[in-house]
Design a protein around this ligand. Structure first.
Ligand code: DQA
Length: 148
């Protein structure tokens, strides 16, 4: 079982970027915690960050036969990217959308997610822990599918 985690633009600056909004954890800390939880759950975890919309689309295409599911935090592209939405539909794998902050409690332009209706579920506002719940939820979802 393999779950791939995609982080969108500016998330490489976590830890120093608006820590009151996004928390103090760095992306490397979040990724290594996800790998540790993955090891506990016997699930391979791969992570990828890009500041470029097309690179995120390319990553989904390249991994579509390798990953069983995705955790997606497309950051600013959540609210704008038809291309990323189309790629998520195209790869046809279960995905959970994660946001560190509660985007519904922020500016109006963050209330719209172009992924919301094409993902399995969404977690927002729980900080870095949201990624961990997403990983546990996807592993449980995949295992339930294997038994069915
Ligand atoms: C974010 C929320 C987005 O609105 C914002 O553009 C980000 C991060 C979050 O994790 O809270 O860059 O996806």
């Amino acid at each position: 079982m393999r779950v791939d985690v995609l982080h969108g633009p500016n998330l490489n600056l976590l830890g120093e970027r608006e820590p009151t909004v996004y928390g103090k954890a760095t992306l490397a800390e979040i990724d290594s915690r996800l790998m540790a939880i993955g090891a506990e759950l016997s699930c391979e975890v791969r992570t990828f960050q890009s500041n470029h919309e097309g690179a995120l689309v390319d990553y989904l295409h390249a991994t579509r036969r390798l990953a069983d599911a995705y955790i997606l935090n497309p950051a600013g592209y959540t609210h704008t990217s038809v291309a990323l939405r189309d790629a998520v539909i195209a790869v046809a794998k279960p995905a959970i959308e994660v946001h560190l902050s509660n985007t519904d409690a922020r500016e109006a332009f963050r209330h719209k997610s172009l992924l919301a209706d094409v993902v399995l579920g969404r977690i927002q506002g729980l900080g870095a822990q949201g990624y961990e719940w997403a990983l546990r939820a996807l592993v449980a979802h995949l295992r339930a599918g294997q038994q069915a």
